[in-house]
Design a protein around this ligand. Sequence first.
Ligand SMILES: *[C@@H]1O[C@H](CO)[C@@H](O)[C@H](O)[C@H]1NC(C)=O
Ligand SMILES: *[C@@H]1O[C@H](CO)[C@@H](O)[C@H](O)[C@H]1NC(C)=O
Ligand SMILES: *[C@@H]1O[C@H](CO)[C@@H](O)[C@H](O)[C@H]1NC(C)=O
Ligand SMILES: *[C@@H]1O[C@H](CO)[C@@H](O)[C@H](O)[C@H]1NC(C)=O
Length: 450
Amino acid sequence: MSFWWFLALLLGSVAIYRAHECDVFTDLDLHHAIIGTSLYVKLLLYTRANLICGQELSHHNLSAQPLFNVTKPTTFVIHGYRPSGSPPNWLHDITQKLLARGDMNVLLVDWNRGAANVNYLKVVAYTRDTADNLTAFITNMQENGAFLSSIHMIGISLGAHISGFVGAKFKGKIGRITALDPAGPLFTGKPPEDRLDPTDAQFVDVVHTDIDALGFRKPLGHIDFYPNGGADQPGCPKTIFSGSGYFKCDHQRSVYLYLGSITQTCIISAFPCSSYTEFLDGHCMDCDQFKPAGCPVFGYDSIEWKDTLVPLKQTNAFFTTNKQTPFCRTNYRVDIVTWNHDTRWGYISIKLHNGSEVAEATINHKASKFEKYSETRLLAQFDKDIQKVHKISIKFSTGNALQFKHKLRVLRIRLVHLERKDRPLCRYDVILEENREVTFRPIPCEESNF
Ligand SMILES: *[C@@H]1O[C@H](CO)[C@@H](O)[C@H](O)[C@H]1NC(C)=O
Ligand SMILES: *[C@@H]1O[C@H](CO)[C@@H](O)[C@H](O)[C@H]1NC(C)=O
Ligand SMILES: *[C@@H]1O[C@H](CO)[C@@H](O)[C@H](O)[C@H]1NC(C)=O
Ligand SMILES: *[C@@H]1O[C@H](CO)[C@@H](O)[C@H](O)[C@H]1NC(C)=O
C-alpha cells in the first residue's frame, strides 16, 4: 500500500467520522464545581434516526438541524443538581427507552454548566435562567409549527421546578410535566409560583422517593406517587456508614423506577389513599373510583388516567417495591377469619409456590388483630408474580420470644390477586402454631362470599 493512498484513506475516514460527529453531555469535575461555572444551556437532540449520536441544536435556527421535526411530539429531559460535575449515568437509558416507546424528539437539556457548583444557592438561581432559556426555545418551536400539547417535560429534582417555571410561562398549556423526586431544599414552603404546581401543565405526575432529605414532601401534581411511602427506599444505605450511595440513593431511585415504567417490563399498580399507613393497613385496595380502568399505573403510562385524575384535582397514590429491578410487586388481598376465644395480635408471612418458584410476602408493618369470627383484611405484597399457585405456606408470629407459643385457629383464609381477575384461593380449618410454617394446597373458595 503506498503511503499516499494510505493517507488518503485515513483522511477520508476522518472526514466520515467528522460528518457523523456526535455532540455529548458536558463533562465537568469537582474542580469546576468548586470554582463555579457560568450557565450554558445545551440542547442535545436524539431521534429514531440518531438513537446514539446526539446532535446539539441551535437555539435560534431550528431548521439548521434537519433531524429536528417540530411537528412530532417532543420530550425534554432536564437533570438536577450535579455537584460532582459528571454526566448523569441514566442519560443513555432514558433516551433509548423513550425512543423505543414512541417516534419523537428527545431533547436532553444539558445545563451542567450551571448545575455543577458546590454553591447550591447559585444553582437554584440558575433554574430560573434555564427556564427562561427553554421558554424562548419552545416559543421558537411554536413559531415553527410545534404544539404545546405535544410537549412532555421530564424534570429530575431541580429539573422538575425548571419544568414548572417553563410550564407557568405557557399558562399550563404544555401537555405534560413529569417530576422525578422534585427538589425540596429551598423550594419547600414556597408559594406555587416559586416551584412546580399542578397548574403548570395539562397533566402533572410526580414521584417522591426522598421526602425526608433531598426531595419535596408535599404533593405537587395531579397525581403524586409515594413509592414505599416516599422516604426510605429498599436497598438504599440507611446510614452514612453503610454505603457510598447514602446521600443520593433514595433520590435517584425515582429515576430508576421511572425508567422501568417506560419499558413496561413490570407494571406497577398504585393505590390512591389518604396515607401510606392506611394503604399498608389494606384500606385502599379497591380503586372503586377509578372503575372501569382500575388503579392507576405508576410512571410513563399514568397519562392514561388523565381524564379521571385531573377533575379530582390531586391524588396521592402508594405502592411498595423490591430493592432492585424488577421493582414491581404483586398484591393480594388476604381475608382471614379465626375462632380463637381470645383476641390475638400478630404478624403473618405467606409464601406462594408453583413447583419451581416461590414468592414471599411479610405483613409486619404492625401487628394485625385477629378477633373471633370477624374478618381480618390484609394487604400482602409479594416480590414476584406466581402463575398457577400450587401450594401456600403461612407463618404466624406474635413477635414475643419470651411467652409460650400461641396458636391461631383459622376458620377460613382467602387470597385474591388484586390485578388478575382469577378465582380467589381458599383454605378452611387450619391451625397455625406460632413460628411454624404450615404448607397446604389451596382450594377454590365457596362461591357465596367473595
Ligand atoms: C439560551 O442559552 C444558549 C446557550 O447558553 C444561548 O446561546 C442562547 O442565546 C440562549 N437563549 C436565549 C433566548 O437567551
Ligand atoms: C438556518 O440554517 C439553515 C440550514 O443550515 C440555513 O440555510 C439558514 O440560512 C439559517 N437561517 C438563518 C436565519 O441563519
Ligand atoms: C415530520 O413529522 C411528521 C409527523 O410525523 C411527518 O408527517 C412529516 O413527514 C415529517 N417531516 C419530515 C420533513 O420528515
Ligand atoms: C411459576 O411462576 C413463574 C413466575 O410467574 C413462571 O415463570 C414459571 O413458568 C411458573 N412455573 C410453573 C411450573 O408453573
